[in-house]
Design a protein around this ligand. Structure first.
Ligand SMILES: [Zn+2]
Length: 218
């Protein structure tokens, strides 16, 4: 029996933007990848549902024998941007979904993330730190400081799928106060790891990178 990966993300679209590199690189290490998204947002639901199927298709197409049932998805149904207000309820729901009889890794947001929903989820997930084999946080362009220590290269098929999934979201439906900083439209944001990687790892040179921070790795 393998372990599970628990992906704990705040919003519909977070997984495609910042978690996909880890998922699409490591899926075969896991029995189940349990994607738990804390908030719902009706204008994004259709795109997310389609993207989820694309990710499942990617995994089934690249496993032998084909694995069709790796990803499970749960939405906790809270309102976006109210993660701090709903903190204890999200925490309670999340902890009740944990199977403590199983070994698991956690992939979630980083605590230096400026989005309060992202920050709240990191703090909630940290409660499971002692039970997790591995605890990894994702880089988001909205992080102030990020002590990245894990660069994951994306090959063309991983990158192309990421790009196709991200462009389907409509920036005009974003819940932004300023309407500035269009992370959903920018390849520079999606390929956030590349410039760091070029400078620090001179002997490897892939075109696309996502960056993560390993907090714990057993
Ligand atoms: Zn988000």
């Amino acid at each position: 029996m393998k372990k599970d990966l628990i992906v704990f993300a705040a919003h519909l679209d977070d997984v495609e933007l910042a978690f996909w590199g880890f998922i699409s690189t490591h899926y075969d290490d896991y029995d189940k990848i349990k994607i738990i998204i804390a908030t719902d947002y009706v204008p994004k639901r259709k795109v997310w549902t389609e993207n989820l199927e694309r990710m499942k298709d990617y995994i089934s197409a690249t496993t032998t024998p084909h694995r069709f049932d790796v990803i499970e998805y749960t939405n906790l149904g809270y309102e976006a941007r109210k993660g701090m207000t709903d903190f204890d309820n999200i925490k309670d729901d999340f902890y009740k979904l944990i199977d403590f009889n199983k070994r698991f890794d956690i992939l979630t947001h980083d605590d230096k993330d400026c989005h309060t929903d992202h920050f709240a989820l990191n703090k909630i997930a940290m409660g499971m730190y002692k039970y997790a084999n591995r605890f990894v946080t994702v880089y988001s362009p909205s992080s102030t400081h990020f002590d990245a220590n894990y660069w994951i290269p994306l090959d063309d098929s991983q990158w192309n799928l990421k790009k196709e999934m991200c462009v389907k979201y409509d920036i005009k439906k974003e819940q932004s106060y300023s309407k500035l900083g269009y992370y959903l439209e920018s390849e520079e944001h999606w390929n956030i790891g590349k410039s760091y990687q070029m400078e620090s790892f001179v002997h490897t040179d892939d075109k696309y990178y996502e960056v993560y921070r390993i907090i714990k790795w057993l």
